[in-house]
Design a binder for this molecule. Structure first.
Ligand SMILES: [Zn+2]
Ligand SMILES: [Zn+2]
Ligand SMILES: [Zn+2]
Length: 236
């Protein structure tokens, strides 16, 4: 007997091979052997740190860490064992990516703060539509970020493509507005444009990218907490 194994790795075309199975239904390879076989078939460096997973009958992703996992799969005698391969990033690389992500979230969270104060009390040249330009507050402490947001707003107000969902910069502002709306806790009195509309729309429709947004929202909220801890005046 033999077991057909299909291997998916990123965008590469599926690879498949077969492995002998003994009369007890046991695969001729243990997890280590399977790993080595996959490494050589995918022509990956032998020290690459692979994460192997497969979809079980219920459609859940299950990790193939140890031989026990493999036995459990084989007990179900699948027609095809479809394995998904991912490469674990090296620790350093992973940490750097986490740090980069964290910076992005902090930046986004700063942008959220700026968007709010621009829309409530104005900042240098941009402010609420019903506010006199002379009444607007001076540059805030996060002006490098704030200026970027202001330029986006200014662009949005004048962009010719705005009607057809706009250009990339317009889209960027849409995203900021939407992100604001998803973390805003006082939509009824909020002065940020479209805040309430976005909230209503998000409640009404189950978006496909909802999970992604929720994750982003959570991360920005977390960054916001960190930011407020950093910038809070020290108690004496
Ligand atoms: Zn500002
Ligand atoms: Zn535009
Ligand atoms: Zn709001």
């Amino acid at each position: 007997m033999e077991q057909f194994i299909k291997v998916r790795f990123g965008d590469a075309p599926c690879d498949s091979f077969s492995v002998d199975v003994d009369e007890n239904g046991k695969l001729g390879l243990d997890v280590l052997g399977l790993r080595t076989k996959i490494l050589s078939r995918l022509k990956l460096p032998p020290d690459a740190d692979l994460v192997l997973t497969y979809y079980d009958l219920e459609g859940d992703v299950v990790a193939l860490h140890e031989d026990g996992d493999l036995h459990a799969v084989m007990e179900r005698r699948p027609e095809f064992l479809s394995i998904c391969v991912q490469m674990r990033l090296k620790k350093k690389k992973r940490r750097r990516r986490q740090e980069e992500d964290q910076t992005t979230y902090l930046k986004l969270s700063e942008a959220m703060e700026c968007l709010e104060h621009i829309c409530t009390r104005g900042c240098t040249i941009v402010g609420p539509y019903d506010m006199e330009p002379t009444k607007m507050k001076g540059p805030c402490s996060k002006f490098s970020t704030c200026k970027g947001v202001q330029l986006l707003i200014h662009h949005f107000a004048t962009c010719k493509k705005r009607v057809n969902h706009g250009c990339l910069r317009c889209k960027r502002l849409w995203q900021l507005l939407r992100l604001h709306s998803s973390i805003c806790d006082r939509p009824d009195s909020c002065r940020v444009p479209l805040c309430r509309q976005f909230k209503l729309r998000m409640q009404q429709e189950e978006k496909k990218d909802d999970a992604r947004w929720k994750l982003l929202t959570r991360k920005v909220l977390k960054a916001k907490i960190i930011l407020s801890l950093i910038s809070a005046p020290l108690e004496n």
